[in-house]
Design a binder for this molecule. Structure first.
Ligand code: GAR
Length: 200
């Protein structure tokens, strides 16, 4: 006798901009059998383009702008955390969420928060990853999905995809090709992660 299928893990995606990774995560969930559903898309930017994209796909969205909180990063994060808990979120996926998190939020979601970063970590944490890879003469760039820990872009690596760097590459051309790889990698890694959680 087969056991009943586990219900999909409830995931929130945090974005600051376009949300192309978020859209890929939603599409994979809506296609079925991903092991997760997107319960909420949350942005720290009121008019973030990705919010309209998510809403058009029928996903609940919320903006919690950081600006009114001034320098009190933790107060902003407490508002974010409350929205996540209200939506019954179990796992958080950062996807172009351009805020450095305080230890408070990282600890609150310890082992349940993932991030995608546009380099082959541990190479090039931080910003301008593609320009740095090209300037270094690297033969390949890529992207990494990792668990979020207190050190920026330092958590355990869950998956990577490699992309060749071409002779005449520019940061923007490389960025486009890496993003295409991100759109395959992130749903795959998040799906495996959530299926692993469901088995625990
Ligand atoms: C992605 O390339 C992601 O890897 C990067 O921001 C982009 C967001 O694009 N994240 C970081 O740089 C985090 N340090 P998207 O909004 O189209 O998904």
């Amino acid at each position: 006798m087969s056991s009943p299928a586990a219900s999909p893990v409830r995931v929130a995606v945090l974005i600051s901009g376009t949300g192309s990774n978020m859209a890929a995560l939603i599409d994979a969930a809506q296609a079925g059998a991903s092991g997760y559903e997107i319960a909420l898309v949350l942005s720290n930017i009121e008019g973030a383009g990705g919010l309209a994209v998510a809403a058009a796909k029928g996903v609940k969205t919320v903006a919690i702008p950081h600006k009114p909180f001034g320098k009190d990063r933790e107060a902003h994060e407490q508002a974010v955390d409350a929205a996540l808990r209200d939506a019954g979120v179990q796992v958080v996926a950062l996807a172009g969420y351009m805020r450095i998190l305080t230890p408070w939020l990282v600890r609150a979601w310890d082992g349940r928060m993932l991030n995608i970063h546009p380099s082959l970590l541990p190479l090039y944490p931080g910003l301008d990853t593609h320009a740095r890879a090209i300037a270094a003469g690297d033969a390949e760039g890529g992207c990494t999905v990792h668990l979020v820990t207190e050190g920026v872009d330092e958590g355990p690596i869950l998956g990577q995809a490699r992309v060749p760097i071409l002779a005449d590459d520019t940061p923007s051309a490389l960025s486009e090709r890496v993003k295409t790889a991100e759109h395959t990698l992130y749903p795959q890694v998040l799906g495996d992660f959530c299926k692993g959680l469901a088995r625990k």
